[in-house]
Design a protein around this ligand. Structure first.
Ligand code: ADP
Length: 453
């Protein structure tokens, strides 16, 4: 602090500060400096219009450790006469300003703000010099916890006492710009997810609608195929029965031939109706299997026997290869016979020039495999997975001209799965097809397969 009048300057400072050589130098220069300054400008302070006639002079002073901000308050001493220049002055200790005063002030204000607003990112504050236009020329004097890096979001000049310092405020850890960017980023991601969901939804809808349309088309084909298939044998049976009834047929041979046709057609009807009944039971979830220990070789042989005549009648070469001494298999006899009949019927239906039917039964590790092979029209690769779907019939012209319901293979697949096995096909268009029905040995798998069926 100092007092000035035209006789001189008295200046005292805190004894603790005197160990700093810069302070001593400042005192010496200060005394001379004030004398010279107030001699010329002293009147200005006496006539000051400022509140309490106090004028603040900021300056940056040297101390051990660098340059520090301080401010000096200059005022006319109260009670002194107007034409006599008597001034008093006080300079703040710059180290105290930096280390204690500003930090405490900031913490106090922040604590108060924190109590007022709860929630959201906490604030951070800084007192700095410089214009703050860029973070380069910004010289921090004191700042609160969590200031981190960067420029203040909002700043105010500390006018009067602490000019030209400013107080800056921002959110801790992040800036408004970063928050904005984060928000845009988040919105963009949400938009992307929503767009993907919409696109996914559209694709899904298109697929579902496409599938539904395909099923509807297949169903209507099915109805016309089945009615056609029912009508033909019935018409034949009726025709031949009526002819026999009229008694016009005299030769026994002719009669036998007519009886055979009637039997064959009714067998075809039965097979078709069985397929349809099985299919409707499966669809309703009511299909039940009766598993029994079975000599599968005998089952296959018996089933083929009742077909042998028809097969040979149609000009097919039948090649049987049934392994003897196969272990007993736990199966539903009727279902396995029906699967075989369906496969054999297909082999007969979908062959033209080369009429060959091969049936093979053999053990392969823990499986029993039943193969039905033909040298017929074959199945295009893209159709090979689809033929096991219900109602599906390949687009081949021969298939188109052949009666069928599109149910046979879907039944075969259901039967093989119910037995814990599977059905696969190997086929080359124009060369023929081979269907392989694999059944596991033993009965442990059945509980699982049942659950799945
Ligand atoms: P369906 O024979 O009544 O049409 P399936 O379910 O038995 O019905 O067969 C489905 C389709 O698979 C058939 O329409 C046919 O296109 C094809 N297919 C089945 N077996 C054979 C085979 N042995 N050779 C060629 N194509 C076949």
């Amino acid at each position: 602090m100092f007092i000035y009048d035209d006789k001189g300057v008295v200046l005292r400072t805190h004894p603790n500060l005197l160990h700093d050589p810069y302070v001593q130098e400042e005192i010496e220069k200060g005394i001379e400096g004030y004398k010279a300054w107030f001699k010329v400008d002293g009147k200005f302070f006496v006539e000051s219009k400022k509140p309490h006639k106090i004028t603040y002079y900021p300056s940056f002073v040297k101390r051990i450790g660098g340059e520090f901000y301080t401010t000096t308050a200059i005022f006319p001493l109260p009670g002194a006469s107007k034409d006599h220049v008597v001034l008093g002055g006080a300079t703040f200790d710059p180290i105290y300003l930096k280390k204690s005063f500003f930090p405490e002030m900031i913490e106090e204000v922040l604590a108060q703000k924190l109590a007022e607003y709860q929630g959201g990112n906490p604030l951070a504050m800084m007192v700095y010099s410089g214009d703050g236009e860029s973070s380069m020329d910004l010289k921090p004097i004191a700042y609160s916890n969590g200031w981190g890096e960067g420029k203040p979001e909002v700043s105010r000049k500390l006018e009067m006492v602490f000019s030209p310092l400013s107080l800056g405020i921002k959110y801790q850890g992040t800036s408004v710009k970063q928050l904005g960017e984060q928000w845009v980023h988040r919105s963009f991601i949400i938009l992307c997810i929503l767009s993907l969901l919409i696109i996914g939804g559209l694709i899904l809808t298109k697929r579902i609608v496409g599938k539904e349309m395909a099923v509807a088309r297949l169903k209507s084909d099915f109805v016309s195929n089945v009615s056609h298939e029912l009508r033909t044998p019935l018409a034949l049976i009726r025709l031949y029965a009526e002819t026999l009834e009229l008694g016009r047929i005299t030769t026994q041979d002719k009669k036998d031939q007519y009886y055979r046709i009637i039997r064959k057609e009714s067998e075809r009807l039965t097979a078709l109706i069985n397929n349809i009944l099985d299919f409707s039971r499966i669809e309703a979830g009511r299909k039940e299997y009766e598993f029994r220990e079975t000599d599968i070789a005998e089952l296959v042989r018996n089933t083929l026997d009742s077909y042998r005549y028809q097969v040979e009648q149609q000009g097919f070469e039948l090649k049987e290869s049934i392994e003897s001494n196969l272990p007993e298999v736990y199966v539903d006899r009727e279902a396995i016979a029906r699967a075989l009949v369906n496969l054999v019927n297909n082999a007969l239906k979908y062959s033209n020039q080369e009429k060959f039917l091969g049936v093979k039964l053999y053990k392969d590790n823990s499986l029993v495999k039943l193969e039905v092979e033909d040298h017929g029209i074959g199945i295009a690769r893209r159709d090979q997975a689809k033929i096991f779907e219900k109602f599906y019939r390949a687009g081949d012209p021969l298939v188109h001209n052949t009666k069928g319901s599109g149910l046979g293979l879907s039944l075969v697949q259901h039967i093989s799965r119910a037995h814990g096995g599977h059905i696969e096909v190997e086929s080359t268009p124009g060369r023929g097809s081979k269907f392989i029905l694999s059944l596991p040995l033993g009965s442990r798998h059945l509980e699982q397969a049942h659950g799945a069926a």
